[in-house]
Design a protein around this ligand. Structure first.
Ligand SMILES: [Zn+2]
Length: 291
């Protein structure tokens, strides 16, 4: 292990290439999570509702096994089973010209986009954090944020199955001071949740409307837990600014739905990610300032 780490440190471009390739492969898996996790959750919720209301589950196909690995990858239109040779991240999409080999229907452009975002963003993290334990955890967080953002864009919620484990992981790693000290981490988690919950509560009292979802509170709690309470204000301000810019752009293009609003999760996720990248620089510039 030690020899491998030494090798990567001495051959930085190999390290970046390795991370890029892993990023592509994991990006391909993230597509599976983004597509299937919401379906799995919705199935579970329906089942619970039926049990609670004592309604017979009449949809027989709901009983079939469905999870992240089963059934194997297939075309959503014709059911064509995708071979491993046709499932190479990024490359296969272009070789197949974005169409199913069997029925020629278009494959969603989301697949290659997620793969390339995953590869480039973790490569960037590797470049910034070097060969380090911080890089490892920052990459894990990056992948989780990509999945969360894409699910929020498509389904308008941030699944607890991703946000809550991230929250615990943030507190756990900071008991070893990976990104922050443990006190800042615990206060960050509490304040992160509490601040957005208060905004939500006051807005609801004042207007009777719901401005954001509970998933957003949990996501800000995640950033508090990972990077400490000190990062909460910049993250909130930055995400609000992006959210306003996006909403204004949609209003100008007349594609803004006033009743629907916009999902806040992706902007929050992006702001948190940026603050993770900038925080080492901010801390060193603070230190320089003090020195
Ligand atoms: Zn097909």
């Amino acid at each position: 292990m030690h020899i491998f780490v030494d090798f990567l440190q001495n051959n930085f471009s190999y390290y970046l290439l390795l991370v890029f390739l892993i990023g592509l492969v994991v990006g391909s898996f993230l597509n599976v999570v983004i597509t299937r996790l919401p379906l799995m959750l919705e199935r579970g919720w329906k089942k619970e509702c039926c049990e609670l209301l004592k309604i017979d589950k009449n949809e027989a196909n709901e009983e079939r096994t469905f999870n992240l690995v089963y059934p194997p990858s297939h075309c959503p239109f014709c059911g064509y089973k995708i071979k491993i040779s046709e499932n190479i991240p990024l490359l296969s999409y272009f070789l197949l010209k974005g169409k199913c080999k069997n029925c020629k229907k278009n494959i969603s452009i989301r697949y290659p986009i997620i793969e390339i975002i995953s590869a480039l963003s973790v490569c960037f993290i590797a470049f910034i954090f070097g060969v380090s334990i911080q890089a490892f955890f920052a990459i894990v967080l990056t992948w989780a944020l990509i999945a969360l953002s894409a699910i929020d864009f498509e389904k308008w919620y941030l699944p607890d199955d991703i946000t809550l484990p991230l929250l615990w992981l943030g507190i756990l790693i900071n008991t070893f001071n990976i990104f922050s000290d443990i006190n800042s981490s615990v206060f960050g988690a509490i304040f992160g949740y509490g601040i957005l919950w208060s905004v939500y509560f006051v807005f609801k009292l004042a207007t009777g409307k719901i401005a954001m979802g509970h998933g957003d509170f949990k996501l800000l709690a995640v950033f508090g837990a990972w990077f400490g309470w000190q990062n909460l204000a910049p993250i909130m301000i930055f995400s609000a600014v992006i959210g306003i810019i996006v909403a204004l752009t949609l209003i100008i293009n007349k594609s803004y739905d006033k009743n629907k609003g916009i999902p806040f999760g992706p902007y929050l996720a992006f702001s948190g990610w940026i603050s993770m990248i900038l925080s080492p620089y901010l801390i060193s510039s603070y230190l320089n300032l003090v020195a």
